[in-house]
Design a protein around this ligand. Structure first.
Ligand code: PRP
Length: 184
C-alpha cells in the first residue's frame, strides 16, 4: 500500500499540512532564538510523540543549545488519556541551573506536562517553560502556562507528525483527524 492510499483510508481531514507545520515551527524557532540568546538552553522532549517536532525545531534554532528526552506515556491503545501518567525515562544530562523548554507534541488534558514539570523541577533548573506544537481548545484537567504554542485545534483525535493511534501513523508529515472507524 502506498502512503497516499494509507492517508485516504485512515484520515478524515488534514488539519495542518506539512508546509504549514514547517512555517510555524520556523516562527517558534525564531522566537526561542531571540528569547534565549545568551542563556544555557536545553530542549527536553517528551517521548515519543514530541520527537518529530524536536528535531525540526532544533534544526531551526539559531543559538547554541542541547537536548535531552524524558519518557512519559498515558494513552496506551486508546483515544483518551488513561489519566495515569507513567514516567518511563528521566533526563540523562545535568540540567541544574540551565534554562529548560519542554517540547511537547500536544497539550490535551495537561496531565503529562504536569508530571514532567514536577519531575524536572527536582533537578533544579534555572527555569522551565513549555513549547507545545498543538493545544486543544478545551478545559484542561491541569491548566499549564504554555509559553510557545504552535496551533490551537478543536477537541478531535489527531494523528501524524509524531502523534499516534496504537503506535501507528506517527510518520505522516501532516496532522489530521483520524477516521472514527479506525478506532471504534
Ligand atoms: C500523548 C502525547 C502527549 C500527551 C498529551 O502521549 O504525545 O505527550 O499524550 O496528553 P495529555 O495532555 O492528556 O497528558 P502518549 O501518552 O500517547 O505517549 P506517546 O507520546 O509515546 O504516544
Amino acid at each position: 500500500m502506498s502512503i497516499k492510499n494509507l492517508h485516504q483510508d485512515v484520515i478524515e481531514q488534514v488539519l495542518i499540512t506539512s508546509d504549514n507545520l514547517q512555517k510555524r515551527i520556523a516562527e517558534l524557532a525564531k522566537d526561542i532564538s531571540k528569547d534565549y540568546n545568551g542563556k544555557e538552553l536545553v530542549l527536553i522532549c517528551i517521548l515519543k510523540g514530541g520527537l518529530y517536532f524536536l528535531t525540526d525545531l532544533s534544526k531551526k534554532i539559531t543559538i547554541p543549545h542541547t537536548f535531552d528526552v524524558v519518557g512519559a506515556t498515558s494513552y496506551g491503545k486508546s483515544v483518551r488519556s488513561t489519566g495515569h501518567v507513567v514516567i518511563t525515562k528521566d533526563v540523562s544530562t545535568d540540567i541544574r541551573g540551565k534554562h529548560i523548554i519542554i517540547i511537547e507534541d500536544i497539550y490535551d488534558t495537561g496531565l503529562t506536562l504536569k508530571v514532567v514539570m514536577d519531575l524536572l523541577r527536582v533537578h533544579n533548573p534555572a527555569s522551565v517553560e513549555v513549547c507545545a506544537l498543538i493545544e486543544k481548545k478545551k478545559i484542561h484537567k491541569e491548566e499549564i502556562m504554555i509559553k510557545y504554542v504552535g496551533f490551537e485545534i478543536e477537541d478531535e483525535f489527531v494523528v501524524g507528525y509524531g502523534l499516534d493511534y496504537d503506535e501507528k501513523f506517527r510518520h505522516f508529515d501532516f496532522i489530521g483527524i483520524l477516521k472514527k472507524e479506525v478506532y471504534l
